[in-house]
Structure formats: structure tokens, C-alpha cells
Design a protein around this ligand. Structure first.
Ligand code: NAD
Length: 490
């Protein structure tokens, strides 16, 4: 296992770089508040150097490679992630405090899988050709070429770092772009490792650059404002998306946004209740609710309302909070004290707003060793109106509000009554009802009797304030490539 270096450095033009300014920030463990690492903070010089290196690589070694050769290199990166699997698990757990079992079974394997998927997908793409009939009878052949868009800024959040970063890196690189990645300031470690892995796998210098730093007035803003950036792919809060969109407007650069959610779940009396409770335990509390697709609002048909609430509360109480290494641990802390303060604000608002606190609602006492961490109890409320901020704002914590409904149309209207549109879960054994209602939900994905299950060829993204554009399979090509039409008169 690699011990994190004293100061995490940027990865620019194939090698580690410290900040000229020697500015650093602290990366602290959310488990107990201990220092994980100091991290170099990029200023304008480092961002300039990273963008320039990416530009050179685009015109040079990367641009000259065939799709097949790029694909082989991406496979080599995925193999290298597998080889350093334990280092990646350690890095992700150190930064996020997520249970090691979750990093081991979900986050790190998906990191490698994303790269392999896009390497193969892009290699096997068909090309569009059209034969145009012309008055002289000879015709013209039109064929569509997909060219890389250029240097892509990849701005990532902290909740599932390697999974979300490679979800963007995979298609960006497979399509022939070069990138400058800015990981979240809360979770720089696995992306720093990714820089090392790129080099070990033989990715040419400058193709993947990593700059560390914060968002506003720091590396994030410097990168999105940089004129050498051709397009920006961003995952994070909707409000940050608005700020980045303004930056992207200068130079008319394209954006792809995966933003926040306030995802509903609809539970019908005819569902497999045991399964609905088991999966809703995951969809609400996995990664301490810090998943954009997490369920924070539930609408349950009145006949099974009490049974569902009691069942979910029992599941929530049974979740073991604790050290990430403990195989019994099911829930980690929130990412930081400041995020816990925000989530506790909603817990307080639920209390003062008259919610019934079915379970949780506070900060757990996990003993002196974990007292410095940002722990919080899994929490369930009932009894709030839809106008409560708890019910219509994204909390991004291990919590949900549950309300009964009597009529399917009412449930759909409640589910859709939100500024967001990322995901929804439907629980019913009535297949035709699932078909009828599924298409009426304003969300990028509707899961019926499941959650967090998706073929990577399908479109992923959000409606309304949850995003712009879709990534996944061929949808990723819309953002990561420019189509050019070559028209040949025969
Ligand atoms: P955030 O928006 O605070 O930060 C995300 C990234 O943007 C960080 O790297 C940050 O440094 C950077 N940033 C912040 N301000 C910036 C600016 N002005 N210019 C450039 N960069 C800037 O989000 P977060 O708190 O890290 O992540 C949680 C949010 O992400 C939640 O809202 C969640 O729903 C969302 N999310 C969405 C998806 C999805 O697929 N839709 C997936 C994961 C997380």
C-alpha cells in the first residue's frame, strides 16, 4: 500500500508538479478529522501549463494514434488500476470515509470498467454514410467523421471520485480528446493516483493532466475560464453549474452537466414490500445519501404506508456506522464538517417544521476515536408539507421524507413537482402500471423495482435543474466529438 506523499502534487505533461506559489490546502479525513495530506493548489501558472500540455498532446502523439491504439492504452490504464487496486481503495476511503466494502465492490471496479467500456464502444462504432442523388445521375457520397472536440476540462465532485472521473475520462480519451482534470478539493487522492497510473500505462505525456485546487477564485474557475479549453464536462451542484455555464459562454464553449437531484420514489401497495424496503435502504442511505441518484422523497400508497415506514426505519436503525475497514460497517460519515452543518440545518428545519422524526435526526456518539469525524444519523421523517425545504431542496445526506398517497396520478404529480429531474424509483408488481407511469416521470432515469442499475450504453443525465446533455454509450459522442460531413461528388 502506498503511503500518501506529504504533499499531493499536480500531474502536468506526464509528471508531478508542485505549485510555483507553494500554496497548499489540507485534505482531512471525515472519519476522525485527521490530516490525510497537504495538497498543492494550482494557480494560473499551473493551469496554463496543464492546458498547454494538453494542447500539444492533442496535436502531437495522441492526435496521431488510431482509435484501436487509443483503446489499447485505455485498457492498459484499466489494468493498471486493477494492479494498484489496494492503493485506489485506500485513497478513496481515506478521502471520503466510505465503507471499504463499498469502495471495493462499487467505486474502484466501476472506475476501471468505465475505461474498458468506452475503449471498446468507440472502437466498434458504425459510421454514417448517405448517398445523395444528383441531377446528373452520378450522385454524391456523404460520410460523417467524428473528430475530437479538443482539450476538455473535467471538473468532478467528491461523492464517488474515481467512478465519476473515469465516467468522463473514458469517453473523452477514447474519442481522441486530451483533458485537464480538476478533482474535488475534498477528494484529490484517487485522481492523483490516476495521474501516476496514466504514466505507468504508457499514456503519452500531456494527454491527461490533473490540477488540484478549489472552485471559485481557484483552479476550478481558472480552468473553466481558460481560453484554451474547448469544452467543459462538470458534475456537481446545480448552482455551480450556473457559474460554470457563464464561464463557458465566453468563447461559446460546449458544456455537459450532471447536476443535483431531489429524487422521488413511488411505492405501490402491490409491490414486493420486502424488496422495496431493502432497495430503498440502499437508495437512501448508501454512501451516506451522498449520491446524486439517492432517494430523498418517498410517496407510499396508503394501504402499505405504515408497514413501509416501519420497515425502512428498522433497516435504517440496523445500519452500522463506524470505521471504514470494519466489514460490518454499512455507513460512513458525511464528507466534511461543513457539509454536515448544511445537512444538520435540514434536520433542524424538519424538527422546527413539525416533522415526525421516525428515526435518527442527530449526531451519533461513536466514541472518542471517531469524535472528530463528520458523522450523522440516518434519518426518516413523515408529516411535512411539500413546501418544506426538506422536501423540495437537495440535502445530499442519509435521510428521506415519506408521505402517503391515494391515487397514482397524485403520486406522479407529487414526484414531478420539483425543479430537479434526475432519477425516480417505482415499486409495483403491476407491469402495465410501471410502463404507463414510468414514461410520465420527468427524470433522466426511472428505475422499476431496482436502483443504481444501468447499462452503460444508455443515456445518463438529468432533466430541468439536474443537468444538460446525456452521457453514456453513443450519447457521450454528442459531447466528446464534433461531427464533420465529407461530401464527395461522384
Ligand atoms: P460542487 O458543485 O460544490 O463542486 C464540484 C466541483 O466543482 C469541485 O471540484 C469544485 O471545486 C468545483 N467548483 C466549485 N465551484 C466552481 C466554480 N465556480 N468554477 C469551477 N469549478 C468549481 O459539488 P460537490 O459538493 O462536490 O458535489 C455534490 C453535488 O454533485 C450534489 O449536488 C450532487 O447531486 C451532484 N452530483 C451529481 C451527479 C450527477 O451525475 N448528476 C453525480 C454526483 C454528484
Amino acid at each position: 500500500m502506498t503511503v500518501p506523499p506529504a504533499t499531493l502534487r499536480h500531474h502536468i505533461d506526464g509528471g508531478p508538479v508542485t505549485s510555483g506559489t507553494q500554496r497548499t490546502f489540507e485534505n482531512r479525513s471525515p472519519v476522525d478529522g485527521s490530516l490525510v495530506s497537504l495538497v498543492a493548489e494550482a494557480g494560473a501558472d499551473e493551469v496554463d501549463a496543464a492546458v498547454a500540455a494538453a494542447k500539444r498532446a492533442l496535436r502531437g502523439p495522441w492526435g496521431g494514434l488510431s482509435v484501436a491504439d487509443r483503446g489499447k492504452l485505455l485498457h492498459a490504464v484499466a489494468d493498471e488500476i486493477d494492479r494498484r487496486f489496494e492503493d485506489f481503495v485506500a485513497a478513496e476511503v481515506a478521502d471520503t470515509g466510505m465503507p471499504e466494502s463499498f469502495a471495493r465492490t462499487v467505486v474502484i471496479p466501476r472506475g476501471a470498467a468505465n475505461l474498458r467500456f468506452f475503449a471498446d464502444f468507440v472502437r466498434n462504432l458504425p459510421a454514417d454514410t448517405f448517398h445523395l442523388e444528383t441531377p446528373d445521375g452520378a450522385g454524391a457520397l456523404n460520410y460523417v467523421v467524428r473528430a475530437p472536440k479538443g482539450v476538455i476540462a473535467v471538473i468532478c465532485p467528491w461523492n464517488l471520485p474515481l467512478l465519476l472521473t473515469t465516467w468522463k475520462l473514458g469517453p473523452a480519451l477514447a474519442c481522441g480528446n486530451t483533458v485537464v482534470v480538476k478533482p474535488s478539493e475534498e477528494t484529490p487522492s484517487s485522481t492523483a493516483l490516476l495521474g501516476e497510473v496514466m504514466r505507468a500505462a504508457g499514456i503519452p505525456d500531456g494527454v491527461v493532466n490533473v490540477v488540484h485546487g478549489l472552485g471559485p477564485d481557484s483552479a476550478g474557475e481558472l480552468l473553466t475560464r481558460h481560453p484554451g479549453i474547448d469544452a467543459i464536462t462538470f458534475t456537481g451542484e446545480s448552482a455551480t453549474g450556473e457559474a460554470i455555464m457563464k464561464a463557458a459562454a465566453v468563447g461559446v464553449r460546449d458544456v455537459s452537466f450532471e447536476l443535483g437531484g431531489k429524487n422521488p420514489g413511488i411505492v405501490f401497495a402491490d409491490c414486493n414490500l420486502e424488496k422495496a424496503i431493502e432497495e430503498t435502504t440502499r437508495s437512501t442511505f448508501a454512501n451516506s445519501g451522498q449520491i446524486c441518484l439517492a432517494t430523498e422523497r418517498l410517496y407510499v400508497e396508503r394501504a402499505v404506508f405504515d408497514a413501509f415506514v416501519e420497515g425502512l426505519a428498522a433497516s435504517a436503525r440496523a445500519l452500522k456506522l463506524g470505521e471504514p475497514k470494519d466489514p460490518q460497517t454499512r455507513m460512513g460519515p458525511l464528507i466534511s464538517h461543513s457539509h454536515r452543518d448544511k445537512v444538520m440545518g435540514y434536520y433542524e428545519s424538519a424538527r422546527t417544521g413539525g416533522a415526525e422524526i421516525v428515526t435518527g435526526g442527530g449526531i451519533p456518539d461513536l466514541g472518542p476515536a471517531l469524535a472528530g469525524g463528520s458523522w450523522i444519523e440516518p434519518t426518516i421523517w413523515t408529516g411535512l408539507g411539500e413546501d418544506s425545504p426538506v422536501v423540495h431542496e437537495e440535502i445530499f445526506g442519509p435521510c428521506c421524507h415519506i408521505r402517503p398517497f391515494d391515487d397514482p396520478d397524485e403520486a406522479v404529480a407529487l414526484a414531478n413537482d420539483t425543479d430537479y429531474g434526475l432519477a425516480c424509483t417505482l415499486w409495483t408488481e403491476n407491469a402495465s402500471r410501471a410502463h404507463r407511469l414510468g414514461r410520465r416521470i420527468d427524470a433522466g432515469i426511472v428505475w422499476v423495482n431496482c436502483w443504481f442499475l444501468r447499462d452503460l450504453r444508455t443515456p445518463f443525465g438529468g432533466a430541468k435543474r439536474s443537468g444538460i446533455g446525456r452521457e453514456g454509450g453513443a450519447n457521450s459522442l454528442e459531447f466528446y466529438t464534433e461531427t464533420r460531413n465529407v461530401c464527395i461528388k461522384l
